[in-house]
Ligand binder design. Structure first.
Ligand SMILES: [Zn+2]
Length: 154
């Protein structure tokens, strides 16, 4: 069976990488695949490189005609009782500003990032005036109100 394009419901967990020994220092090639109801729905190849608590994951995804590569930074934080906990740094950027969130799960798709359906997050950020009407109705400054609502939404 050929390689499929990854769908947005596919996700990578940092714990999977750790469990498979791909974060143990040095470089490792890896492969992950997903299936649903016994049918392969997608697969990716990985290359991880870690050293001194930091690292990089290269991800390769495939369409019928192209290979896409994504680079994701990896960082670790010390655990309370020894050892480290690893994180992905969300590779998405919005309007040129990197997301940079430290996350344990990376959702794959058209936009690979920290949130399921990140493309919708894009949509709503463009839609930043959506609270203006509400603010005016409440007698608030629309900009301050929008900031507050966006904070709540996080
Ligand atoms: Zn993100």
């Amino acid at each position: 069976m050929g390689k499929n394009v990854v769908e947005s419901y596919h996700a990578i967990r940092i714990t999977t990488l750790k469990r498979r020994g791909w974060l143990a220092g040095g470089g490792y090639p890896g492969h992950l695949s997903w299936s649903r109801l016994g049918e392969r729905t997608g697969s990716i190849d990985l290359l991880t490189w870690t050293s001194k608590g930091e690292g990089t994951m290269m991800m390769y995804t495939y369409s019928k005609t192209e290979i896409f590569s994504h680079e994701v930074k990896l960082v670790s934080t010390p655990c309370h009782y020894g050892g480290v906990r690893w994180w992905f740094i969300c590779p998405l950027s919005r309007g040129g500003i990197p997301c940079g969130r430290r996350v344990g799960v990376l959702y794959l798709g058209k936009y690979t990032g920290c949130r399921h359906r990140h493309d919708l997050a894009y949509q709503s950020s463009k839609d930043s005036h959506k609270f203006d009407r509400m603010a005016i109705d409440m007698g608030c400054d629309p900009r301050a109100f929008s900031r507050m609502m966006n904070q709540i939404g996080k």
